[in-house]
Design a protein around this ligand. Structure first.
Ligand code: ATP
Length: 133
């Protein structure tokens, strides 16, 4: 089976490295599916799920924005924050969701609104990805 090298890196360090059969990620332009031999690309990623198929399993990762580069059968995902589904703290994500929802209700400025909106997206994404563990 053909594979490609994938690493998912955060400011705290790598959270995944390995040879994989398939990667999907949510780019700003839409869902991207990457197979071995894909043409070189650089794509900005939005808050969403990255799925990595390898060794007969699929790993699910919550990504809070970043970039994906594909080049010479190497996929590098640089994420602002990323958690494997098994490492997601549900209680923390629920608290973050509640906080963001409250801020959206009590919004005082455009800046607060945008910030709360992204915090809500991150929390909902973590809760969705955690269900796949
Ligand atoms: P919170 O308000 O709970 O900090 P946040 O969305 O503002 O949520 P981020 O700034 O995106 O948090 O992330 C800060 C760090 O905390 C990152 O290393 C991220 O991986 C980690 N993190 C955030 N939420 C969770 C969670 N629910 N489970 C595990 N790790 C988390």
């Amino acid at each position: 089976m053909k594979t490609m090298k994938v690493s998912v890196v955060t400011p705290q360090g790598p959270i995944f490295e390995g040879n994989v059969e398939m990667v999907s990620a949510r780019a700003v332009s839409g869902e991207l599916g990457i197979l071995p031999g894909h043409i070189p690309i650089v794509a900005p990623l939005t808050v969403g799920e990255v799925n990595i198929k390898h060794d007969g399993i699929v790993d699910h990762i919550a990504i809070s924005g970043g970039f994906m580069e594909v080049h010479s059968n190497i996929v590098t995902i640089l994420a602002e924050a990323a958690e494997m589904s098994t490492k997601i703290d549900v209680h923390r994500a629920e608290e973050a969701r509640r906080r963001a929802e409250r801020r959206l209700r009590d919004q005082k400025s455009h800046v607060d609104f945008k910030r709360a909106e992204w915090a809500l997206k991150r929390a909902i994404n973590r809760l969705e990805v955690e269900k796949h563990k």
